[in-house]
Design a binder for this molecule. Structure first.
Ligand SMILES: Cc1cc2nc3c(=O)[nH]c(=O)nc-3n(C[C@H](O)[C@H](O)[C@H](O)COP(=O)(O)OP(=O)(O)OC[C@H]3O[C@@H](n4cnc5c(N)ncnc54)[C@H](O)[C@@H]3O)c2cc1C
Ligand code: SF4
Length: 522
């Protein structure tokens, strides 16, 4: 097989997979290098025990935390990257997120591009990933040039009741924009069967819009110039004598070392692995790591301030697909709190095995099974701020070390209080009265109340883009300031993270960078 290409893309997730799909029609020779293989199609895809309790698809790689202790990251190395496991909630950042925003703990910095620069690509990404949604209901919704390509995914009765209760209180709940291939008008022909094991699980029947199903496989099927190499872990990038160009991509495949080269090299290994790869590629010309004259590579790691909260009622919650409702009324604050708080939504419906994985405090008088049958399972996200000391680095053995001190937690605490308050004001239950709603219990898939360091699902920010080469590693096109043919298109480029899920922004930006690269390749 050839070792020389026009473009090499490293990593096949939201960023790399989308870029691969966008560049394949150019006819240029494109090589996609992915360290993992395909997720095996097996019944365990939909087993909460296998996925959540046994961590069957998690990497077994061991990282280090800030104190040098072992860290077992909850992340996945497969074709399609973490989109194979994501909940497919595909949000645009808010228009304001692209500017500077004052938070309780500091400032969320502005992006070098505005919302309008990304808007056409958000529209294209929503079409590519089959997003179901409705414009204009969410009060923080940014303007859009086209409607969503598909109608919203409906609420099941218990979620509709909560939505009605919220609306009665003057709030504006809305349907989560979702990338699943569900046709509710024609259930018999619908690819998606609306099951309970979507968020966190691979889709056994390829009905989730993930990067493998929507981008990588179609590009390979339609374009012989597009090639995928699985099991190909990139270990290092090599540069020319001047240090201005990447001249080689060193790969470990089946235990053997191989080197590939291309006119353009795009790194998209996820925000943590991409930073580690650049740091590992240090050389005489780049002593602090490749493209790291600014010393920002690996710094400003963000992952959102996230919590999962269980609201227990005496009445059961029979919902199957729970992740349909969201609330952004407190995204930018409230009359009594002038700072942003964040986003309220749901995780997929939990069961006893999923709860067991988090070893939650059991509510008095409840078993895990009962708790799972009676809970509504909220997902709360607040923005964390880019702190240069929250960083990815390498330990003496070249292993990834992740140091993170949480920040901006007060807004999150207030967001939790908002959910508690809302749950108390639900409609009186016909059977149990107001006492039906027992209270709110903190739980997460791991231990403790908040999603811990190992929960790196929303990782971003480690190779930030910007206008100033002293404070950023990438320019506004996501090209490394210091290297003529090196780009980064995964979540690393975010200078700030907003408080909605990141994947659609990564996909849209990959489409934007693809347009730029098409110009270079012409
Ligand atoms: C359980 C879960 C639920 C989520 N739910 C949502 C959601 O509902 N909405 C949302 O917006 N986001 C969600 N996310 C986050 C979303 O999946 C990520 O933001 C997104 O996938 C990140 O895209 P990426 O391109 O940066 O990296 P990834 O998608 O992680 O892709 C990186 C790829 O690079 C490969 N790779 C890594 N190192 C190397 C190397 N050295 N050589 C070769 N290949 C390499 C990896 O195997 C992987 O395929 C969720 C994530 C998880 C884990
Ligand atoms: S069938 Fe639908 S709901 Fe179930 S995992 Fe697949 S995309 Fe998700």
């Amino acid at each position: 097989m050839s070792t020389r290409y026009d473009v090499i893309i490293i990593g096949s997730g939201a960023g790399g997979g989308t870029l691969f799909h966008a560049l394949a029609p150019t006819g240029k020779r494109i090589l996609l290098l992915e360290r993992g293989g395909y997720v095996p199609r097996e019944k365990a895809n939909w087993s909460t025990r296998a996925v959540n309790l046994e961590g069957k698809y998690n990497t077994t790689e061991v990282w280090r935390d800030g104190d040098g202790r072992d860290l077992h990251p909850h992340t996945n190395y497969y074709v399609g990257g973490n989109t194979k496991f994501y909940g497919a909630a595909l949000f645009r950042l808010r228009r304001e997120d692209f500017g500077e925003i004052k938070h309780h703990d500091g400032v969320s910095p502005a992006w070098p591009i505005g919302y309008e620069d990304l808007e056409p690509y958000y529209t294209r990404a929503e079409q590519l990933y089959h997003v179901h949604g409705e414009r204009g209901v969410d009060p923080t919704d940014p303007p859009a040039s086209a409607p969503y390509p598909h109608h919203v995914v409906s609420h099941e009765p218990r979620i509709q009741q909560l939505s009605d209760d919220m609306a009665r209180l003057g709030l504006r709940p809305f349907h989560v924009p979702l990338g699943i291939m569900l046709d509710e008008q024609n259930a018999q022909r619908s690819r998606c069967i609306r099951c309970e094991t979507c968020d966190g699980h691979p889709c056994l029947i390829d009905a989730k819009s993930d990067a493998q199903v929507v981008c990588v496989d179609p590009a390979l099927a339609q374009h012989p110039n597009a090639t995928l190499l699985t099991g190909a872990r990139v270990t290092r990038l090599l540069t020319s004598a001047s240090g201005r160009e990447v001249t080689g991509v060193a790969v470990e495949r089946d235990g053997a070392a191989e080197t590939y080269s291309a006119d353009i090299v795009v790194v998209s290994a996820g925000a943590i692995n991409s930073a580690a790869l650049l740091l590992r590629s240090a050389s005489d010309r780049h002593p602090r790591g490749l493209a790291n004259g600014s010393d920002v590579v690996g710094r400003h790691y963000m992952g959102h301030v996230n919590s999962v909260l269980l609201a227990l009622s005496k009445c059961p919650n029979p919902t199957v697909f729970q992740k349909t409702l969201a609330l952004n009324d407190f995204y930018f604050g409230s009359p009594e709190w002038e700072f942003p708080m964040g986003h309220i939504s749901f995780v997929g419906k939990v069961d006893a095995d999923t709860l067991r994985a988090g070893a939650p405090a059991i509510a008095p008088g409840w078993t895990l099974d009962l708790m799972a049958k009676h809970s509504m399972d909220f997902w709360l996200t607040s923005e964390d701020l880019p702190d240069p000391d929250n960083r990815v680095s390498l330990d003496r053995d070249g292993r990834i070390a992740l140091r993170y001190t949480p920040n901006n937690e007060e807004g999150h605490r207030r967001l939790i209080d908002k959910v508690k308050h809302l749950m108390k004001q639900q409609t009186k239950c016909g059977v149990h009265g107001h006492e039906c709603h027992e209270g709110l219990f903190a739980r997460n898939l791991y231990l403790g109340q908040r999603i811990p360091l190992a929960g790196v699902a929303h990782q971003n920010g480690t190779i930030r883009f910007g206008r100033d080469a002293k404070t950023s590693a990438l320019d506004a096109n996501c090209k490394a300031h210091e290297i003529e043919n090196l780009y980064v298109v995964d979540g690393s480029f975010f200078p700030s993270s907003g408080a909605v899920n990141p994947a659609l922004t990564i996909m849209a930006n990959a489409l934007r960078v693809a347009d730029h690269l098409r110009g270079r390749l012409a």
